[in-house]
Structures are given as C-alpha cells and as structure tokens.
Design a protein around this ligand. Structure first.
Ligand code: TRP
Length: 334
C-alpha cells in the first residue's frame, strides 16, 4: 500500500521493438490500471543482457520503450517509469533472494528450458537466475499486484514462494504479490501464422506490426497478412487468421463483435485487410506523434528519467535496508 492505493509492478524488456500485440495485450491495460493503483513500470534492461545485445541498440531501444510507456498514456508524474539499471536495489535484492531459491526450482522454469534450447551457445548463469531478478523487481516495491501474461505465471508463482519462504524465516518482510487476472487484453496473433502469438522476437518482420511502424508499412504488412482460401468473413476459431484480423479491428476501434462482422458483410478479404490496416494506423497515430515529440524533447525526457529513478530508488532502498537488517548485515552508521 502506498498513499492509500495498492501497488502494482510490471516491466517489459527492451529487446526487439514493441508490437501491436504488446500494446493491445499489455500496455493499453496498464494505462487503465494506472488510475487505480500506485504503479511502477520498469524498462527491465538488466533482464535483457541474459541474451547478447548490441550495446548501442539496447540503449536506443530502452529509451524508445520508456518513451513509448509515456506516449501510450502512462503519466510519469503519477507513475514511476524508470530503467531497472538505474536502481541498484534490483541487483542487490536479487543476490540476497538467490540464496533463498533452490536450483531445483529454477531448473523447472519452462522459460529457462525454452531459452536455453534457443541460445544453446550462451546458457549463462543469468539466464538461469532470471526469475530471481524478476522476484526482486516485484518484492522490492512491496507489490500487491502484477499484471502478467501466461508466459510469466510460473515466474510469479516462484516469486510468491520465495517471498513466503523469506517471511517464514524472518517475519513479515515482503508483501505477497498476486497475479492480476482482471479483464485481460486482446490476444493478438502473428500476421503470418495465426497459431503463434505476435512477438517482438519473431524473425519475420511481416509477422508483427511494430508500434513505431510508418503508416505505409502498416498497410503493406496487412496486405501481406496470411489468410485462408475461403472468402467468408466470420468470427470463429475455425478461421484463426480472419478472427485475428477482426480481433485487431475490434481492439483498435472499440467496435463490438457483431457490429464489426456486420460491417464487413459482402466485402472481400482485401477490403477487410485494408480497413483493419486503417484502424491500426489511426489508433497508433497519436501514440507515434507523442513518442516523436518526447524523443525530440531531450531535456524533458531526461528530467523524467532522473526524477523517476530517484522516486524508485527511494522506495527500493526502504525495502532493501529492511531485508539487509533481517539477514544480519551490519547497520550503516550515518
Ligand atoms: N520477464 C518479463 C517478460 O519477459 C519482464 C519482467 C521482468 C517482469 N520483471 C518483471 C514482468 C516483473 C512483471 C513483473 O515479459
């Protein structure tokens, strides 16, 4: 609890570019949640280096991502929007928590198994302890709720286990966080293969709409979107490609299923793709405009980054001092 509100923490990695799926599935919901909760939204760059990154690109993507949080509607005066690497408490708490986490637990994480298979030439210790850092992110701010996708549920469960274990030994130190399962965002699939989620790590750029794609690029990607060989525009699991296009249309326009389907009656797939493309362009235009203004306004953005990191550090230090004392580290002489 902070200022009478429950605390919410979430973060995204600055690997790859944010997609329409990330926006409609997560970021857009964060904006709604930010009215109700005291929020920390982090650009989790410490997590990003578990996979090799190009330093210049990482820095640039991280700045773009932080600016996108704000451009999407998160107010940096009300929410804490910051780089994870600017708050050293994440790494410090992560070390302590790693001494309360078992190898067996980490070995069971499905994301570790997947990533280890994908990056067989670089199965580093950070990849293995990634969930502990994530637990530190969450517990550092005494977080009550964490909005997460299905792929992060197992990590959140582990976070709870670690927190309960720690509290069991040392008393009430951490708030036990809960997953936020409220009204979930739209689940947007790849434009090239509707059986896969739209993902920023997809190697085919035509599979994803990136939030900063120019209008003509967006239109072209929709034109190339894979569909079935039928012609009927109906909303059904049996037609996953058409369902995905309709889902995108509904999520970006706010139009309901029946009305959306009715508006495409008698029209062909080409028209559907065009109208969905236009809806996406219109939805992203104000975000892109705000983003470009923010990136141009260097002093303002730097000021936000500085003040928000200070805010985050303040809360992080409070928890960290408490934890350090509990485990028996010497008290600092002031
Ligand atoms: N691991 C998350 C992802 O890849 C990102 C993340 C890091 C996160 N720390 C977090 C999400 C804490 C929620 C809470 O999507």
């Amino acid at each position: 609890m902070l200022d009478g509100k429950k605390t919410l923490f979430s973060g995204m990695q600055a690997t790859g570019q944010l997609t329409l799926g990330n926006y409609l599935g997560a970021l857009k919901n964060w904006v709604h949640l930010s009215d109700e909760y005291q929020c920390f939204f982090s650009v989790v760059d410490l997590h990003s280096i578990t996979v090799r990154q190009n330093p210049t690109e990482l820095r640039q993507r991280a700045r773009n991502l932080l600016a996108l949080y704000i451009a999407a509607g998160l107010d940096p005066e009300k929410n804490c929007i910051y780089y994870q690497s600017h708050v050293s408490g994440h790494a410090e708490l992560s070390w302590i928590l790693s001494c309360y986490t078992y190898m067996g637990e980490l070995s069971r994480m499905t994301q570790f198994k997947d990533k280890a298979a994908k990056h067989a030439d670089n199965i580093n210790a950070g990849l293995f302890t990634y969930p502990v850092l994530m637990a530190a992110d969450i517990l550092l701010y005494q977080t009550d709720v964490v909005p997460v996708g299905d792929d992060q549920r197992q990590h959140l469960e582990l976070t709870r286990d670690i927190a309960l274990r720690f509290n069991h030994i040392y008393g009430d130190v951490f708030t036990i966080p809960e997953a936020y399962y409220g009204k979930s965002g739209a689940r947007i699939m790849s434009l090239q293969d509707a059986s896969k989620k739209m993902s920023k790590s997809d190697e085919n750029p035509n599979a994803s709409i990136y939030l900063l794609d120019a209008p003509e690029v967006i239109m072209r990607k929709f034109k190339r979107a894979v569909t079935d060989s039928d012609t009927k525009i109906i909303y059904t699991e049996q037609k996953p490609e058409i369902k995905n296009l309709l889902d995108i249309y509904m999520a970006t326009t706010g139009i309901g299923e029946q009305e959306a389907v009715a508006s495409f009656e008698g029209k062909g797939y080409a028209k559907l793709k065009e109208e969905v493309g236009e809806a996406v362009v219109a939805c992203l235009e104000p975000i892109q405009k705000r983003h470009s203004d923010l990136i141009k306004n260097k002093d303002y953005l730097d000021g936000v980054i500085k003040s928000n990191a200070e805010k985050a550090n303040y809360y992080a230090a409070k928890t960290l001092r408490k934890v350090q004392k509990k485990v028996g580290f010497p008290v600092r002489v002031r």
